[in-house]
Design a protein around this ligand. Structure first.
Ligand code: TUI
Length: 314
C-alpha cells in the first residue's frame, strides 16, 4: 500500500505504532518495523541514557527505519532531543506539547519530524515550523488526550495543512484504517492494538485487562487539572474520579498516580496502577504478532474498501 507516508518514511505499509510510555520499548518497535510499519521507541518519562540504549538495541534487531517518541513533559526532553539528533534515528514523533524549539536541530540532522497534535491550530504551527507530517490524535486514544474526536478533527486538519496527516485514536482494525483513508489520512498510528502484541514486554495482567475490556471501560481522569488521561476503569480511576468530584487538590490527586503507569505495565498491578488504553480496547480481543497485526490492518482495509465500492457501485 503506497501513500505519501510510505514514500516519506521509506516503509512498506502506512502504519505507525504509538510511542506508548513503558510499553513501546525496542522489542516492540523492532517487530513493527520488521513487519513493514514504523516502530517507535517511547521515551516516556525515561532519562536520556535509557533512550540511547534503546536505540542501540533496536538497531541490533532491525535494519528497517524506526522512530523515537519524545514526550515533551519529560524533564530530560532537551537532552533526549539531542540524543535523537545525534544517533541517526530516522523519525521523531512528539507528544503532549509543541516541539518547535527542537525542530531546527532535528531537521539539520536529517530526522523526519512528525509532531502529534490535537488541534488545527497546532497542526498549522507545526507545518510552518517545518514538520514533515502530522499525527492528528483524537480523544478516543489512550493516555494524554485532547478535546476533539478523530472523526471531527481529521478532515479539518487535512484541509488546513498540505503535509501528510496520520490519523490516530480509535483505530484498531481494517475498517478503522479504511475510514481514516476516507477522511484524507496518509496513514494511521495505532496504539491500543499493539499493547497486546506478542513481542511486547507488557505484564500479562495488563494485556488481559485490555483483552477483556468492553466499549465503555476506557475512562478519563484528570480533566479538572487540565491533563486528561484515558485509562481502563479500575480501583484507581474510581477513587480518582470520586476525589475529583469532591474537589480534591492537585497534590492529593497526584499522589494516586505517581509511578502508576509503570506499576501497571511492569508490575502488573492493574487495580491501583494506570492501565492506559483507548476507547477501541473493546475491539481488541486477541494476542498476535506485530506481523499479523500490521498485515491484517492493511489487508482488511483494502478488502473493506473494495467490498463497499462493489456494494454502492450497483
Ligand atoms: O502524548 C500523548 N499521549 C500520552 S503522553 C503520556 S505521558 C504521561 N504518563 C503518565 C501520566 C501522565 C502523562 C501518556 N499519553 N499523545 C499525544 C498528544 N499530544 N495528545 C494530545 C497532545 C497534545 C496536547 C496539547 C499536543 C500538543 C498540545 O498542545 C499544547 C501546547 O503546548 O501547545
Amino acid at each position: 500500500m503506497k501513500t505519501r507516508l510510505t514514500e516519506l518514511l521509506n516503509i512498506e505499509y502506512p502504519v505507525i505504532q504509538g510511542g506508548m510510555a513503558w510499553v513501546a520499548e525496542y522489542h516492540l518497535a523492532a517487530a513493527v518495523s520488521n513487519a513493514g510499519g514504523l516502530g517507535i521507541i517511547g521515551a516516556g518519562a525515561a532519562p536520556a541514557s535509557f533512550v540511547k540504549e534503546q536505540i542501540e538495541k533496536c538497531r541490533e534487531l532491525t535494519d528497517k527505519p524506526f522512530g523515537v517518541n519524545l514526550m515533551l513533559m519529560n524533564p530530560a526532553a532537551d537532552e533526549i532531543a539531542e540524543v535523537i539528533a545525534e544517533s541517526g534515528v530516522k523519525v521523531v514523533t512528539t507528544g503532549a506539547g509543541s516541539p518547535a524549539k527542537y525542530m531546527k536541530m532535528w531537521k539539520e540532522a536529517g530526522v523526519k519530524v512528525i509532531p502529534v497534535v490535537a488541534s488545527v491550530a497546532l497542526a498549522k504551527i507545526m507545518e510552518k515550523n517545518g514538520a514533515d507530517a502530522i499525527v492528528a490524535e483524537g480523544c478516543e486514544s489512550g493516555g494524554h488526550i485532547g478535546e476533539l474526536t478523530t472523526m471531527a478533527m481529521m478532515p479539518q486538519i487535512v484541509d488546513a495543512v498540505s503535509i501528510p496527516v496520520i490519523a490516530a485514536g480509535g483505530i484498531a482494525d481494517g475498517r478503522g484504517v479504511a475510514a481514516a483513508l476516507m477522511l484524507g489520512a496518509s496513514g494511521v498510528q495505532v496504539g491500543t492494538r499493539f499493547l497486546v502484541a506478542k513481542e511486547t514486554q507488557v505484564h500479562p495482567a495488563y494485556k488481559e485487562k485490555v483483552l477483556k475490556a468492553k466499549d465503555i471501560d476506557a475512562q478519563v481522569t484528570g480533566r479538572s487539572g487540565g491533563h486528561p488521561i484515558r485509562s481502563l476503569k479500575n480501583q484507581m480511576t474510581r477513587k480518582y474520579l470520586q476525589m475529583e468530584a469532591e474537589g480534591a487538590t492537585f497534590e492529593e490527586l497526584e499522589s494516586l498516580t505517581v509511578g502508576s503507569l509503570r506499576k501497571a505495565v511492569v508490575e502488573g498491578d492493574v487495580k491501583t496502577g494506570t492501565v492506559m488504553a483507548g476507547q477501541i480496547a473493546g475491539l481488541v480481543n486477541k494476542e498476535q504478532t506485530c506481523k499479523e497485526i500490521v498485515t491484517e490492518l492493511v489487508e482488511d482495509a483494502v478488502k473493506v474498501i473494495n467490498d463497499r465500492y462493489q456494494l454502492f457501485a450497483k
